[in-house]
Design a protein around this ligand. Structure first.
Ligand code: SAM
Length: 268
């Protein structure tokens, strides 16, 4: 299979997984306000200016777009692969300054045309892109000079002495770790950013190891598919509950680390 056929197949899978996730995704967000908080942490860390223009790549059901508009009055154009996520997002975001479109974040120029943005953001989405260099190149070309590209990443579960608690949990459950936790890992995403822009800054948001939160987060169908690929959803959901229950004794000292990176477009 050629690389482009493989990438196309990955993206069709991703779109289907998120199409099937919408209901549980929204229930999770209603309970935890997590994607909103992660968006605002990212905005805070990279100091997004009020009323700026933002290209929200992998906008999902509009939670990140709405948070940026509500808090900072930003004008947001969101793009997402999943038809169901975008449809739900359009219902959620009635504001004139938010527009959400179905489309591929690896082909942004054909979607945005001549518009240029102050920021191109990936809130919890870049690790799902199979061709990270391509999407970063496209995002770069959609930016004004002086604009920023930034992303927030997939969670790391860290114990004492930097122990990898996801490894520990799989070991304790007696299940094999998935070969790939993410499609694009943090060094690959950072390298793609470094190739386009210099002076990358890294940030972190560190939270306590909250087991019920992790069980809910990874019960979102698309997230559970990253841990137990090829297994039906009902079975996955039980596996997720049991997986994180193995970490109860680690909760006091463990952390969930959300990594972030940003860089500036210096030249036209
Ligand atoms: C975890 S959700 C995050 C959504 C949103 N940014 C938020 O904070 O709520 C990740 C989203 O990335 C989208 N996505 C993944 N690959 C994509 C691609 N190639 N182009 C556009 N969207 C993509 C998925 O469809 C999904 O809706």
């Amino acid at each position: 299979m050629s690389t482009s056929d493989f990438n196309g197949k990955v993206k069709r899978h991703v779109a289907k997984n998120f199409d099937q996730s919408i209901q549980i995704y929204q229930q999770f967000e209603e309970k935890h306000h997590f994607f909103r908080d992660l968006t605002l942490k990212l905005a805070d860390r990279i100091v997004i200016k009020e009323r700026s223009s933002i290209l929200d790549i992998g906008c999902g059901c509009g939670i990140s777009a709405k948070a940026l508009n509500d808090r900072l009055g930003c004008k947001v154009l969101g793009v997402d692969l999943s038809h169901e996520m975008v449809t739900a997002g359009i219902a959620l975001c009635a504001e004139d300054d938010i527009r959400l479109l179905e489309g591929d974040g690896e082909h942004l120029l054909q979607i945005v045309g001549d518009r240029r943005f102050d920021y191109a953001l990936y809130n919890a989405s870049i690790f799902i892109f199979p061709d990270v260099s391509r999407t970063i190149d496209e995002a770069y070309n959609c930016l004004k000079t002086g604009g920023k590209i930034a992303f927030s990443f997939y969670p790391q579960l860290v114990g004492q002495g930097d122990e990898d608690l996801l490894d520990v949990a799989f070991h304790r459950l007696g299940e094999f770790l998935p070969r790939f936790r993410v499609i694009t890992d943090y060094p690959q995403a950072s390298e793609a950013l470094a190739h386009r822009c210099s002076n990358i800054c890294h940030h972190r948001w560190v939270r306590p190891l909250d087991i019920p939160f992790l069980q809910d987060f990874f019960s979102i169908p698309a997230q559970s598919a990253s841990l137990f690929p090829g297994v039906g959803y009902d079975v996955r959901r039980n596996l997720v509950k049991n997986l994180f229950a193995t970490l109860e004794d680690k909760a006091e000292k463990g952390r969930i680390v959300w990594r972030m990176a940003e860089s500036i477009k210096l030249k036209a």
